[in-house]
Design a protein around this ligand. Structure first.
Ligand SMILES: Nc1ncnc2c1ncn2[C@@H]1O[C@H](COP(=O)(O)O)[C@@H](OP(=O)(O)O)[C@H]1O
Ligand SMILES: [Mg+2]
Length: 376
């Protein structure tokens, strides 16, 4: 890794995300084969699993260990409300066991874990340590422990997303994508075959992508499996956005769930611009990964009116796309604002990520043209 202002933070973040991915794979396999009790509904009806809390506890603990735990600010998705209830005892026990198993592996990733196993209260403390609300000044880590929880519980795509914001700007982005097919044209092929789980053991899926602001470089490393040691640079390869700028050849990515983004509005925009290919519907920030890696050219997201996008669902992915050569703005063409706390305040209609300027301009123009006649 080149020495830069944030190289120490990036180094730790990449290793921690590798650790988290390794744990998520185990939990996902177990969840799919045996244990539906590991999934809980939160009060807003969204899902949360042992993996969400376990990743948050692990990342929080490791960041506090590596940096000044008194001063560190972490903004992350989960809290301990459900997990602290008396009926969640067995769930908490599963989290304690997953976190300790993961932390015990820290040396394999070149990091130092705890001297003794952590007890439930220490783990709850690590989870609640992530209750910062970010803001305009100073450094804030931003974590989505398992982005795309629905994809996760369905054995499909999900991501571990860790970013750092400094004075309102995203400066580090790390995205772990344990089910991302790393061979060429992977996601396209995968969506037709849907055979991710069977491919995990063959090592064809799974990577961590990372970048830092202004580096103009983004990297991808394969996940390490079994008892192999993580040795930097761990076969890192440069990734870059696609050079396709002809809409007829471009691939559009969008959320799987139409409740998260209006598919029919996006289809109208796609049609106006002249996109011909079938959209690639993918869970989680893996969509940003697909743009950064050059597998798709456009990601559009139009949430229903009134929904406020959260910074942890975008920070890491946005920086990856930008440093890999692409563009990300709101649907009015303005940069996303990560300086206003946990929400992307002031977001104009939706989010548009593109591999290049030309496609981006066309999409923005088409959004303007279609908006008045839409119901959004
Ligand atoms: N109504 C809504 N509109 C847009 N996004 C939503 C939403 N409800 C939830 N989300 C967010 O969409 C994320 C999943 O993105 P995608 O649809 O691209 O897979 C969820 O992340 P989690 O799965 O981490 O909760 C959640 O934060
Ligand atoms: Mg999320």
């Amino acid at each position: 890794m080149e020495k830069g202002k944030y190289s120490e933070e990036l180094n730790v973040a990449v290793r921690v995300v590798h650790m988290a991915c390794s744990m998520c794979e185990k939990v996902q396999r177990q969840l799919l084969s045996t244990n539906p009790d590991q999934v809980k509904s939160k009060d807003d009806d969204s899902l949360v699993t042992v993996a969400d809390w376990s990743v948050q506890a692990t990342v929080s603990w490791m960041l506090c260990k590596a940096f000044d735990s008194q001063k560190i600010s972490i903004v992350a998705e989960e809290d301990i409300q459900t997990l602290s209830k008396s009926e969640s005892k067995s769930l908490l026990a599963m989290v304690v066991s997953a976190v300790n198993a993961c932390l015990a592996e820290a040396p394999r990733f070149g990091l130092q874990g705890p001297e003794k196993t952590l007890d439930a209260s220490q783990i709850l403390e690590a989870i609640s340590k992530c209750s910062s609300t970010g803001g305009r000044l100073g450094r804030h880590w931003v974590l989505d422990p398992v982005d795309g929880t629905l994809g996760f519980v369905r054995g499909d795509q999900y991501a571990v997303a860790l970013a750092m914001i400094d004075d309102g700007e995203v400066v580090i982005g790390v995205l772990g994508c344990p089910n991302y097919p790393v061979k060429d044209d992977g996601l396209n092929k995968y969506s037709q075959q849907n055979v991710v789980m069977s491919r995990i053991s063959s090592g064809e899926v799974g990577c961590v992508m990372y970048t830092s602001k202004g580096s103009r470089k983004a990297w991808m490393q394969p996940l390490i499996r079994s008892d192999k040691r993580f040795e930097w640079p761990n076969s890192a390869k440069l990734i870059q956005v696609s050079s396709i700028d002809d809409p007829a050849l471009a691939t559009l990515c969008e959320p799987v769930e139409k409740s998260n983004s209006d598919h029919s509005f996006a289809a109208g925009v796609a049609n106006t611009v002249g996109l011909r290919k079938k959209p690639l519907r993918v869970y989680s920030m893996v969509k940003y990964a697909a743009i950064a890696r050059g597998e798709a050219e456009i990601y559009m997201r139009f949430a229903r009116s009134g929904y406020k996008e959260k910074i942890w669902d975008h920070a890491a992915g946005v920086l990856l796309v930008q440093e890999a050569g692409g563009m990300v703005t709101d649907a009015g063409g303005r940069p996303l604002d990560f300086s206003k706390g946990i929400y992307l305040e002031g977001l104009d209609r939706g989010i548009i990520a593109c591999s290049g300027f030309k496609l981006h301009q066309k999409i923005i123009a088409a959004v303007y043209a279609s908006w008045e006649s839409s119901n959004l």
